[in-house]
Design a protein around this ligand. Structure first.
Ligand code: F6R
Length: 674
């Protein structure tokens, strides 16, 4: 996944230094999406850039900065190059359009030539930043090569600016004038795949065009010197008529917009957004029609605070997000538990169909899959509908059977994960009712499912998912309560769960006090090669998720295992050196876990046991094992409590081992390739 960002100031003077900082800061906010290379493009001064040949346009040529590595390497190289180019940082622009990109390599190694903005070639007549994948780039490349274009990068993106130049040159050779949006419309007609794109061109100075199909794209509008009106606007009129000073932003994520404005619009698939003379027009692309139609769009108000995207007093986002869980869980439940009844507006119209379905299928990847696994027992128990689990990629590999009588629940923090989205396409084709559970408003998952629930966990920036995991579980427990609410036989159980949900944030607050203890545990494990985690029932998911956290950030081999399977193989690994975490909090499986602990003791296992408060002597009668005591809550909510010490352990292990906790090696926040 990559991040794209653009900033256009109109009728308000901004120094070049300020423009650069807005662009670089936008990239800092998006860095969690990809952090192996980055780049920006701004305008130069005609006088400061010496060109040997005369350029094919009258305006100042753009300057493009590209760098491998983290955003901070781009920052230092930008200021060095600015010096070398003699660019005046204090020069004020009344109107200026800049674009930026942070990359997570899919086509071509991280290197300046593969970084974006990608260019049409000499004179940078068209520059493009891209999030997504162009699937037909090879065919397009061959065609463009036949027309004399030479390629410098290994990216799929490079065909886009070159195609734009090809379209532009052809139109100009013909009748003459061609608008920026006509060029982009023609480019879009040729592209296949998933993308969000922003175009900048010196042929169209101070204009920007963005378009999308698949990947998320947002527009932010900040009218200066007065409230931004939230009336419908379309085409040039509503925003230009006033000619007011304003700032406009494009971004892959609201995180990069929130510090500038709360007024935004989520751009929909096949829309082309053209900013010209400070006004915004939105056009709808249609393969059948030559000209895209104009569309109207209302601005939404962003319900996010700037604090969410900052680390505050914490050293890392992961730690902040772990500690935010009492609040994120409260927000997730807000307005949804009233007078002992669960109300999920997003599912209401489909409840009858869900209740009648032949089975519920939970589909997701990684942590989101684990969250669904944690919610599976209660979903079956309260609804009496069989629940099956599918890892999205495996479901596609097997072409798993799915029927129109099924309800398929897709779980994804980002709502952008390629495997999950492809599985969604597959389920839609087979006629299943598709329900989305996501943290990202306006995401593809949110838009393409028939109905769904937003988890409202707030912006999650650390690559390792923490608060989104616990909010996903809470939302799926609430779904189970809502679907099963027509059954009298489970009334008392449902009331107990609702009471448990109400007290949950307080219990999470209590378990977070184990932070120091988990740091000490991490210290004792710092040099280990491997770690096992055993769980069962409600907490099988906790073992899988705890192990995933440790492996993805602390870069330590760790495996989560079903405790019931221990004697069928893994027991052979047990000796006095290998650390094993056993989750043995109180629920129906407690006595079975006690017996697992005995068997592990009998093999001299090095155990760390997680148990309910007050149970230390029951799980560790001889006092030899390390014990983590956690608050007891209703069984189906216990995985939310139990994962928190594991998140803290993974965090501290990572920091103590000296690794990057927010941006682990080889991982990006969401995986938009198969
Ligand atoms: C691990 C993690 C990943 C994601 C997985 C799916 O901490 O974050 O395992 O859970 O890549 O991503 P989403 O939930 O965005 O579909």
């Amino acid at each position: 996944m990559c991040g794209i960002f653009a900033y256009l100031n109109y009728n308000v003077g901004r120094e070049r230094r300020y423009i650069l900082e807005v662009l670089l800061n936008g990239l800092r906010r998006l860095e969690y999406r990809g952090y192996d290379s980055s780049g920006i493009a701004i305008d130069s001064d005609t006088s400061s850039v010496t060109q040997s040949k005369s350029k094919p346009y009258d305006t100042a040529p753009p300057v493009v900065f590209r760098q491998e590595g983290k955003i901070e390497s781009l920052v230092s190289s930008v200021y060095t190059e600015v010096d070398q180019l003699n660019l005046d940082l204090e020069k004020t622009f009344l109107v200026h359009a800049g674009i930026a990109h942070t990359r997570w390599a899919t086509h071509g190694v991280p290197a300046p030539r593969n970084s974006h903005p990608q260019s049409s070639g000499e004179f940078d007549e068209f520059l493009v930043v891209h999030n997504g994948i162009i699937t037909n780039y090879e065919v397009l490349k061959q065609t463009l090569v036949r027309h004399g274009f030479t390629f410098e990068s290994d990216t799929d993106t490079e065909v886009i600016p070159k195609l734009a130049k090809f379209v532009f040159d052809k139109a100009r050779d013909g009748e003459g004038g061609v608008t920026f949006s006509q060029v982009v419309t023609e480019v879009m007609r040729q592209l296949e795949g998933a993308y969000a794109l922003i175009f900048k061109s010196p042929h169209y100075p101070n204009e920007l065009i963005a378009c999308k199909r698949g990947s998320t794209l947002l527009l932010g509008v900040n009218e200066l010197g007065g409230e931004t009106s939230r009336h419908l606007f379309h085409d040039v009129k509503a925003l230009t008529a006033n000619d007011k000073p304003k700032e406009l932003f494009f971004s892959s994520d609201l995180c990069a917009i929130v510090e500038h404005t709360k007024n935004y619009a989520a751009i929909e698939d096949n829309e082309i957004v053209h900013i010209k003379d400070g006004s915004v027009s939105i056009l709808k692309f249609n393969y059948e029609k030559e000209k895209p139609a104009s569309v109207q769009r209302a601005l939404s108000v962003l319900e996010m605070e700037v604090e969410q995207i900052k680390k505050g007093d914490f050293d890392h986002f992961m730690k902040k997000e772990i500690h935010e869980q009492p609040d994120s869980l409260t927000t997730s439940m807000r307005g949804r538990l009233k007078d002992g009844v669960v109300g999920l507006g997003g599912l209401k119209d489909h409840m009858r169909t869900i209740r009648r379905s032949r089975r519920i299928i939970f589909i997701g990847c990684g942590t989101s899959y684990h969250a669904a696994l944690a919610a599976r027992p209660i979903m079956e128990e309260l609804t009496d509908i069989p629940v099956t689990m599918e890892i999205a990629s495996d479901m596609l590999d097997r072409k798993a059977l799915i029927f129109k009588e099924d309800t398929a629940v897709f779980v994804s923090q980002s709502g952008e994960t390629a495997d999950t989205l492809l599985a969604l396409e597959y389920a839609l084709q087979h006629g299943a009712l598709c329900v989305g559970v996501t943290n990202t408003v306006g995401s593809t998952l949110a838009r393409k499912t028939h109905c769904g629930v937003h988890i409202n966990a707030g912006c999650e920036i650390g690559v390792a998912s923490t608060k989104a995991y616990t909010c996903q579980i809470v939302v799926m427990v609430m779904m189970a309560l809502a679907i099963g609410s027509d059954k009298m036989s489970t009334l008392a159980q449902r009331e107990a769960i609702i009471a448990g949900l109400t007290k949950l944030p307080e219990k999470v607050h209590d378990v977070l006090k184990l932070d120091g203890e988990m740091k000490a545990l991490a210290q004792s494990l710092i040099d280990e090669q491997s770690l096992l985690m055993f769980g069962r029932g409600n907490n099988y998911a906790t073992a899988l998720e705890g192990a995933l956290k440790v492996k993805e950030v602390a870069l330590m081999h760790s495996e989560g295992m079903l405790a019931g399977e221990m004697k069928h193989g893994p027991l052979a690994l047990v000796d006095e050196y290998l650390p094993i975490i056993v989750i043995a909090t109180r629920d129906d499986s407690f006595s079975k876990q006690q017996s697992v602990i005995q068997q592990l003791h009998a093999r001299k296992g090095r155990l760390i046991v997680m148990c309910s408060e007050g149970d230390a002597s029951l799980v560790c009668p001889d006092g030899r094992s390390r014990v983590i005591e956690v608050p007891r809550v209703v069984d189906c909510l216990q995985p939310i409590i139990n994962i928190i010490p594991m998140q803290l352990l993974a965090y501290h292990l990572t920091v103590l081992r000296g690794y990057n906790v927010d941006q682990p090696r080889n991982l990006a926040k969401s995986v938009t390739t198969q």
